[in-house]
Design a protein around this ligand. Structure first.
Ligand SMILES: [Mn+2]
Length: 324
């Protein structure tokens, strides 16, 4: 049987992909993202695989028609599983479900969903991976995770998941992440991977520097804290969170600017603001911008000159939602 696993490069993506690999051994594993899933699907349609498993990849509403066209290129016998936890428009969910095995819930990790779908006959290591993915995506208080964390000493599971969370800050997204995924699918524990442990310690040291940098450099507008162009690469989600806490704001942004574009990571802190909804309201007002994610964690890209406008709109969004 020829099969392909398409998944995201973060911990939840790697964990969900590793569980899928345990369920479908010898699959080819490809890391992808919402903005390029349609191209990857198109590329593999030519191979007419028996099975495709997509996990932790949001359906980008602006790419929806391209995605549907790519799916239509597969022969009828190809079984396509799409397992995800990102918000999706109900109309798109309905149309996608007519073409693929779409398994979707929000508020739970993709790793939990892949485990619930394929995990019944898998070795115990698969369950641990589901829990690592859930911890990685802050989805560790679902009924499923609460139930199964009780099977272990959960502090040890957080330690193992923490090694992965930290090491991934320092890992080359495509090359080393694939080796990691294969090792995890073999049941190797993170603490037994010397290289991961070393990287995790290094990442934790850098994270402390990031925290101090944000403490010194974060700025605040309304109830939004932000930090621009940190000297350290990566650590974007973490620094967005720190930008909120260091400025005592509800929302934090970590921004990195390129030549023309600026890329933002957003996090919320002690807040019920839905960042995904905030972006879907603001993004259409900023030509050429893109963005989305989860209620508590999101990302966006736009022309760098538009950042001040974006910030103003976000500040007034946060302001008006807090008054509701
Ligand atoms: Mn995820």
């Amino acid at each position: 049987m020829s099969s392909i696993i398409l998944t995201h490069g973060d911990l939840d993506g790697i964990a969900s992909g590793a569980i899928a690999l345990m369920a479908f051994p010898r699959s080819q594993v490809i890391f992808t993202r919402p903005s390029q899933i349609h191209e990857d699907l198109l590329r593999f349609a030519r191979d007419a695989p028996d099975l495709v498993s997509i996990s932790d990849i949001a359906v980008n509403s602006s790419m929806f028609e391209e995605i549907m066209r790519a799916i239509d290129r597969y022969p009828a016998r190809t079984k396509i599983h799409w397992t995800d936890h990102h918000p999706i428009a109900p109309s798109q969910k309905k149309r996608l479900s007519q073409k693929v095995e779409y398994f979707h819930e929000t508020g739970v990790s993709a790793a939990e969903l892949v485990f619930r779908k394929f995990g019944a006959k898998l070795p115990e290591a698969a369950l641990r991976l589901a829990l690592y993915g859930a911890i990685g995506d802050y989805c560790d208080n679902t009924p499923f995770t609460s139930l199964y964390l009780e099977n272990y000493d959960k502090r040890t599971l957080y330690f193992e998941a923490g090694i992965l969370v930290q090491a991934l800050q320092e890992i080359d997204y495509k090359r080393e992440s694939r080796d990691l995924l294969y090792e995890l699918a073999l049941g190797v524990q993170p603490s037994a991977m010397n290289e991961m442990v070393t990287l995790a310690v290094k990442a934790t040291r850098i994270e402390n520097e990031v925290f101090h940098y944000v403490q010194e450099n974060a700025r605040k507008m309304g109830d939004v804290g932000y930090v621009l162009d940190m000297p350290m690469n990566g650590y974007r989600g973490k620094s967005a969170k720190f930008a909120a806490s260091c400025t005592e704001s509800q929302v934090g942004i970590s921004a990195r600017s390129g030549e023309d574009e600026i890329d933002l990571s957003l996090r919320r802190r002690n807040s019920v603001i839905d960042l995904n909804e905030a972006l879907s309201e603001i993004i259409p007002h900023i030509p050429g911008s893109q963005g989305g994610g989860h209620p508590a964690a999101a990302g966006a890209t736009m022309n760098r000159n538009d950042f001040p406008t974006f910030l103003e709109r976000l500040v007034s969004y946060v302001n008006s939602s807090s008054q509701k």
